[in-house]
Design a protein around this ligand. Sequence first.
Ligand SMILES: *Cc1c(COP(=O)(O)O)cnc(C)c1O
Length: 363
Amino acid sequence: MEEKKIFVTKATLPPKEEFIQYVDKIWDSAWLTNMGEVHNRLEKRLSEFMDGVEVVLTVNGHLALELALQSLKIDGEVITTPFTFASTTHAIVRNGLKPVFCDIKEDDFTMDPEKIEKLITKDTKAILPVHVYGNVCDVEAIEKIAKKHNLYVLYDAAHTFGERYKGRSVADFGDMSIFSFHATKVFNTIEGGAVTLRDKERRKALDFLKNFGIADKENVPYVGSNAKMNEFAAAMGLCNMNHLSEYIAKRKKICERYIERLSDIKAVRLNKYGSDTEYNYAYFPIVVEDRDKLYDALAKENIFARKYFYPCTNAYECYKGRFDENLTPVALDISKKVLTLPIYPDLELDSVDRICDIIRRSL
Ligand SMILES: *Cc1c(COP(=O)(O)O)cnc(C)c1O
């Protein structure tokens, strides 16, 4: 029997009728974008959800990151991680800044704070860590270093929507955080993203930056971009917010099943989960020696895991000759051994069991 294809992720959709109700309203208003009523309602809803932080919605997470960096008006170097999606590094480079790569921790794959300080030079202006896979960075240690050296901290929180750390929204750490609401993420607005922050002045700048830098009809104080979220995307967000806790609860069950079925396999190293974090279970990474063999064994059975993140961004072809991936040996090593397994709310537990059986056999 041909088993149906299982991919690493699948977009989470609310009941269609809920979305249609918004479509009817948008149709009647004929207001499709440019900070419409639905957009503004979603900003408010997300702000309340995330402990009252300022929320600036954007067309995607990448432009949220580019504009957040631009709003800092800095030049020079940004300390970041190579163990991330292309977006993080590209946003730094596209802002005319120089990424300086810090290695990661072996157990949760986030930036290793013990390796930050020796990378700081007179040109360092900011730190841009990633809460990778939903693992919250060592925010206390990073904050301490940033304060001591007077650096901005901007978190790429694309993987952590909905999480809390020590009871506080993950959106509330550092100077700013950015989120992605892409179709493949825990919470989606089809395409979308947001910058979260506490600084009301900078919030205003970001509102202008996402709309060509226009402040009002006759004043254009910034060289902005076009990163506005449209009304249909915002409507998808409002619908998905109504079901977020249900989505996360289902993900948690799947994650627990994986842990139950894989934790006795010596050749599989699991993600480290800490008791201070309320997770969103965005990804399920495992680390194995012969990753490519396992990837192929799963693919042969119509299960498409993902080599995420491989390669590290400092090994990308477009950066050839500019960075040395050997300077971040832990990230390099993990990138060759990591595999993220399928996880999405309606993935059946039987499928999880089947995936685990294949892993057990293959190793
Ligand atoms: C998804 C993602 C982004 C980019 O978000 P988009 O909404 O796809 O533009 C940035 N950083 C990380 C770590 C991501 O996973």
